[in-house]
Design a protein around this ligand. Structure first.
Ligand code: TXA
Ligand code: MG
Length: 346
């Protein structure tokens, strides 16, 4: 594995050239997008796409997002209805992934054999330059081991995928910190499959009504797939994490009384006095940016459990609560007696 660094705003032509060389040879390249770091391969090359699944340990029935540099490139891969194209013209490049009918141009490994394909155009100069120089669509999941929090810095990619990636482009931390919003526009009204930085409130300005299912909210038991990948373990630290819907200080007191060492992930001014405190930020966008880094940090603290406050499911809060429900393995706690449901001698 080689790590090359570049300025995120002005991608080094030599670094992009090297990345294209690796991609043309059927290799895999980790690079930042505005959401999280992605692991990219030639979307039309079966062998290259297979390498992505192998490196991540990803189940082959979980399809990948295809990254394009333009609506034109997307139209070569899928049937894009005119009303959707009009919206894309306004929101791309950006953190909006559309699920549309595939023209079966990309590798069947990318779509996991589905008749649809997920496509987005990333708003990051490095990835955009790479797609443009490569001259074709790139398959790209988040560059983490399957089940782990997505990488928001190059060091997270190295930590998870180390030797398995041919090239890592380090362009510093990402901008948003949670993965793109995914919307299935083959249905009317469209269905939100995964909430992200592009909020439902904004989507509805463009699409009218958008259906937000319990699956999209990350609610327990709702994983039975409206999106193929949603049934798998996601974003999880190894340390048990509790999602707290009541007074955080009271929750921490309860856990400490039971002899547990507690880390507190504070958000939007909600905090408590744990053995360790990680402040994720004072507004929802700052929390999004620090969330995955904080979940990785939690595993390095040697604590018994972590706690994190539930957030309001509005704006980017919907994406954060989806990730927190999954990261906590649905250990949602509404009062202290709920702790007894989850073992750990509570
Ligand atoms: O922000 C992002 O979207 C990042 C960056 C790298 O672009 N990528 C990302 O990819 O999060 P990944 O593979 O970690 O998540 C893609 C999700 C999976 O849950 C997968 O099941 C879903 O997209 N997906 C892919 N193709 C689909 C399809 N045809 N229909 C429904 N869901 C699909
Ligand atoms: Mg992922």
């Amino acid at each position: 594995m080689v790590v090359l660094t570049t300025d995120p705003a002005r991608p080094s032509p030599e670094v992009i050239k090297k990345a294209v060389e690796v991609l043309k040879n059927g290799g895999i390249v980790a690079a930042p997008t505005e959401t999280v770091y992605g692991l990219f391969a030639d979307a039309k090359n079966d062998e290259a796409c297979k390498k992505i699944f192998k490196a991540k340990g990803r189940p082959v029935d979980n399809p990948l997002i295809v990254h394009v540099d333009s609506i034109e490139m997307a139209k070569a891969l899928a049937e894009i209805p005119p009303r959707v194209e009009e919206v894309l013209d306004k929101v791309w490049p950006g953190p909006v992934t559309i699920v549309v009918k595939s023209k079966s141009v990309v590798s069947p490994f990318v779509t996991a054999g589905l008749p649809t394909v997920a496509i987005r155009s990333p708003a990051h100069p490095v990835t955009l330059a790479m797609i443009r120089a490569f001259g074709g669509p790139l398959a790209g999941p988040s560059a983490n081991k399957a089940g782990r929090p997505s990488p928001t810095e190059a060091s997270h990619v190295v930590e998870d995928l180390g030797k398995e990636v041919d090239l890592v482009i380090d362009a510093g931390p990402v901008f948003f910190g949670v993965e793109s919003t995914i919307i299935d526009v083959t249905r009317d009204p469209p269905i939100l499959l995964r909430p992200g930085p592009f909020t439902v409130e904004e989507l509805e300005k463009y699409f009218g009504k958008v259906v937000v299912s319990p699956t999209a909210r990350g609610v327990a038991g709702a994983e039975t797939a409206i999106a193929p990948g949603m049934k798998y373990r996601h974003y999880s630290p190894d340390t048990p994490l509790f999602l707290i819907y009541f007074d955080l200080e009271e929750a921490v007191r309860y856990l400490k009384r039971h002899g547990l060492k507690v880390a507190v992930l504070c958000a939007v001014g909600v905090c408590a006095s744990g053995d360790y405190v990680i402040d994720m930020g004072s507004d929802l966008y700052e929390v999004a940016k620090n969330l995955y880094k904080s979940l990785r940090e939690l595993d390095k603290l040697n604590v018994d459990v972590g706690v994190v406050p539930a957030l309001e499911e509005r704006g980017v809060g919907l994406a954060l609560m989806n990730r927190l429900r999954k990261a906590s393995g649905h250990r949602e706690v509404f009062n202290t007696s709920d702790f007894t449901k989850y073992g750990l001698g509570l």
